[in-house]
Design a protein around this ligand. Structure first.
Ligand code: URA
Length: 376
């Protein structure tokens, strides 16, 4: 039977953001003298938080305390921001990314001048490229005007979301303005953050990370690493042509789950089950192989969604063939040989659907933590 054609070019653009791209950008910013603000700074305030967060905040520019600390929003404004993050989104600042339009403190906390904004915007644009957030929340006039390309004021702009890059932009007040203005403005800021939260929930991905493996042992180790982040009910699809390394991947994954008994290809049975004990509390590993699949109804007969509902984790080789009946939440791992390099493989790891939308960072950590693979 003909397998669905695998086309490496259809794999989405890699989004494991390379450490070196961040390092290059940061070191360029830290030594920047492109505008006069450089002369008055104590420190460049580059940005802080999760470099692959779904949520990013953009403020205006560092104040006195940020200039001294080298971190955005650490003064009174930052305390209000931290409080609203905790109360409205249930997160702390490590779960989002925070940056400013200008990275050096304007004297006397004045607004940054147009030429200063222009000189600095390359850093902010690159940060947004690298974080690639689903929702950007701008704080105050300067950030909203820059990113929306408008001269309108924040009062007119806030109260709704705007399409922005792959997701949305939610303009809200600057926390310093909210501190000066009091209750009503703080309440409106809260409403804006709730809007951002809903948009985050409504935008379930998908995201893709890419990692390279230079040997079957490295593929195994990457799979074992991924097994550390799966939870009961998770579905993993292994995709790729014959010899791409799906079975090695499945074996490493089973090892990572602590599966009892060697994981072997279930080609002639379509599905094998292994008791296991994983870091994530998984007690049953179901390993399916749809290579011999003739009709989709055979996948239905395997009752994989039922096993998942009972708390198993399922890994399905040739999983793309069964996708229509396996549900819309899955971690898909596409393995592809690197041309001309016998043992080298690219693994494109995509999370889609509600079960995986918010887990990019943990999957990225699991992949990046592997000593045998290299992320880029
Ligand atoms: N105000 C800003 O806009 N950014 C900061 O980092 C601090 C205060």
């Amino acid at each position: 039977m003909q397998r669905p054609r695998y086309d490496p070019l259809s794999v989405p653009v890699p989004v494991v953001r390379s450490t070196s791209a961040w390092e290059t950008l940061r070191s360029e910013a830290l030594s920047c003298t492109r505008c006069p603000l450089a002369r008055g700074r104590t420190q460049v305030v580059f940005g802080v938080g999760d470099p692959s967060a779904d949520l990013m905040f953009v403020g205006e520019g560092p104040g006195r305390e940020e200039d001294l600390a080298g971190e955005p929003f650490v003064g009174r404004s930052g305390q209000l921001l931290d409080r609203l993050l905790a109360e409205e989104l249930g997160i702390d600042r490590s779960r989002c990314y925070i940056a400013n339009v200008v990275k050096c403190r304007p004297p006397e906390n004045r607004d940054p001048a147009p030429d200063e904004i222009e000189a600095c915007r390359r850093y902010l644009e690159a940060q947004i490229d690298l974080v690639d957030p689903v929702v950007v929340v701008t704080l105050g006039n300067v950030a909203a005007r820059l990113l929306l390309g408008t001269t309108a004021g924040i009062k007119a702009l806030r109260g709704r979301a705007y399409p922005y890059r792959r997701g949305h932009l939610v303009p809200t007040y600057h926390p310093a303005f909210a501190l000066r203005s009091g209750g009503q403005v703080v309440a409106e800021m809260r409403a804006d953050l709730v809007r951002a939260k809903h948009l985050l929930g409504a935008s379930p991905g998908p995201w893709t990370l890419r990692v390279e493996s230079d040997s079957p042992a490295a593929t195994r180790a990457l799979a074992a690493g991924l097994a550390q982040v799966v939870r009961p009910g998770d579905l993993v699809l292994a995709v790729g042509g014959l010899g791409a390394g799906k079975t090695v991947f499945a074996q490493g994954f089973g090892e990572g789950l602590g599966a009892r008994g060697p994981v072997t290809s279930p080609t002639f049975t379509l599905l094998r089950q292994y008791p296991c004990r994983s870091a994530g509390g998984v007690e049953l590993f179901a390993h399916a192989d749809l290579y011999r699949l003739d009709r989709l109804v055979e996948v239905v007969d395997l009752a994989i969604p039922e096993l998942l509902a009972e708390g198993a984790v399922a890994l399905v080789e040739w999983g793309d063939a069964g996708a229509p009946v396996l549900g819309d939440s899955a971690l898909e791992v596409v393995l592809a040989p690197v041309p001309g390099q016998l043992d080298r493989r690219t693994l494109a790891v995509s999370g889609r659907g509600p079960a995986w939308s918010g887990r990019r960072a943990e999957v990225e950590a699991a992949l990046g933590g592997s000593r045998s693979g290299t992320t880029r």
